[in-house]
Ligand binder design. Structure first.
Ligand code: DSN
Length: 420
């Protein structure tokens, strides 16, 4: 391309190039099953690595603080239009650098320091930014939590009772490690009963929502955030959406100049590309297959005697409880990594182990589905996961499975997506 410098990275900086090569090899030889990760298309990466990285564009389209923003305006406007079309909403901000920044902007726009916030407990599947005490959301605001029942599912009557006692200004719904459908309509009723703002963080499920494979937070939530790099399969970043014009104005001010400076226009360009992919008819096949693959993974783990929090899944992830095992989530994830399977340790409801060790692992289907894997591959992988966990100390078996994983990945490529 005409705008690329003559020297490629391999000759310009061999040290950095080598690290990138190693990461490419890691991604190509391991089964990527972290529920919050995915493989973007080469087109998304091309936009992200583009000339827009050079541009400052503080402000919003047609209201910038710098000259030369005509094409930055076009790309940001396009990303906004595509995002609104995907989710059927009226206003969107595509500038948040991350999901946490997006959530921070929601609170900055709608709450005063010390206001009451009610969100899902981190240990029960919520997110740090939903009011967890180590996070700004738990430090700056008076945060309260709801959790899941003994069956691992949200109990909307209990959440309603908590809301009536707490009387929060804002209720946060959405999760990082919850395998069941979230009923946004019920959350709306709860919010209405205590006159609270309803804020939905759909970072994990957004790609499913986009395809109608999960209930949409619209028209129930007042405000919706998401990351763009999980099931949405775009670049790392965040977005904020609403149908309320007043809220949209407050959000825009909270992002810039409130929390951020110049937007990452190259990332916004990549968001536009990813949103364009989601608007293609094939997206619905992708989202359906993500759910089918997670379900068959969960069913196979259950058949092999493993416990799942909530007993199964309605979305893209399973949360495996290791509560009856004599090893931790940390030990499980290290053994799986040694077998070429990348997952993350995850706290489970009522976990007695600290977050650095945990009694669970979270496994997602979004990334491998992008590569074209289907039921056959997920049944095979589920058995390999069980084989590793059933032989947690047997490094010989881990090494053997690593070879089988590499052989499976020979038929799939991180640069060659399935048709969806
Ligand atoms: N860190 C993300 C996850 O893994 O779910 C949430 O932001």
């Amino acid at each position: 391309m005409s705008f690329i410098h003559e020297k490629s990275l391999s000759s310009a900086d061999s040290e950095v190039f080598e690290i990138l090569e190693n990461e490419f090899n890691r991604q190509s030889t391991h089964l990527e099953m972290i529920a919050s990760e995915n493989f973007t298309s080469p087109a998304v990466m091309e936009a992200m690595g583009s000339i827009f990285t050079n541009k400052y564009a503080e402000g919003y389209p047609h209201k910038r603080y710098y000259g030369g923003c005509q094409f930055a305006d076009q790309i940001e406007q396009l990303a906004i239009e595509r995002l609104c079309k995907i989710f059927g909403c009226s206003y969107a901000n595509v500038q948040p650098h991350s999901g946490s920044q997006a959530n921070g902007a929601v609170y900055a726009a709608l709450l005063q320091a010390g206001d009451k916030l009610l969100g899902m407990d981190l240990q029960h599947g919520g997110h740090l930014t939903h009011g967890a005490k180590p996070s700004f959301s738990g430090k700056n605001y008076h945060s309260f939590t709801y959790g899941v029942d003994i069956d691992g599912r949200m109990n909307y009557e209990k959440i309603s009772e908590i809301a009536k006692i707490v009387r929060p200004k804002i209720i946060v719904c959405g999760a990082s490690a919850y395998a069941r459908e979230i009923d946004f309509k019920k959350f709306r009723e709860i919010a209405d009963s205590v006159n609270a703002i309803l804020f939905a963080d759909i970072a994990h499920i957004a790609g499913l929502v986009a395809a109608g494979e999960h209930m949409s937070p619209f028209p129930y939530a007042d405000i919706v955030t998401s990351t763009t790099h999980k099931t949405l399969r775009g670049p790392r970043g965040g977005v904020i959406m609403t149908n309320n014009e007043e809220i949209s104005k407050k959000i825009n001010s909270a992002i810039f100049p409130g929390l951020q400076g110049g937007p990452l226009v190259h990332v916004i360009a990549a968001k536009a590309v990813a949103f364009g992919e989601i608007l293609q008819p094939a997206w619905s096949d992708y989202a359906k297959q993500v759910k089918i693959n997670a379900k068959i993974l969960g069913d196979t783990l259950l058949q092999r005697g493993f416990k799942l929090v909530s007993g199964g899944t309605d979305n893209h992830l399973v949360l495996v409880s290791l509560i009856d095992k004599d090893f931790s989530g940390e030990e499980a994830s290290v053994a799986l990594e040694n077998a070429g399977i990348t997952v993350n340790k995850n706290s489970i409801p009522g976990d007695l182990r600290p977050a650095s060790s945990t009694s669970g692992i979270r496994i997602g289907s979004a990334a491998l589905t992008t590569l074209g894997m289907r039921e056959k591959e997920f049944i095979f992988i589920a058995h390999k996961i069980c084989d590793v966990l059933d032989n947690i100390k047997n490094t010989h078996i881990h090494a053997q499975i690593k070879e089988e994983v590499k052989a499976l990945l020979n038929d799939f490529s991180v640069y060659n997506h399935a048709t969806y």
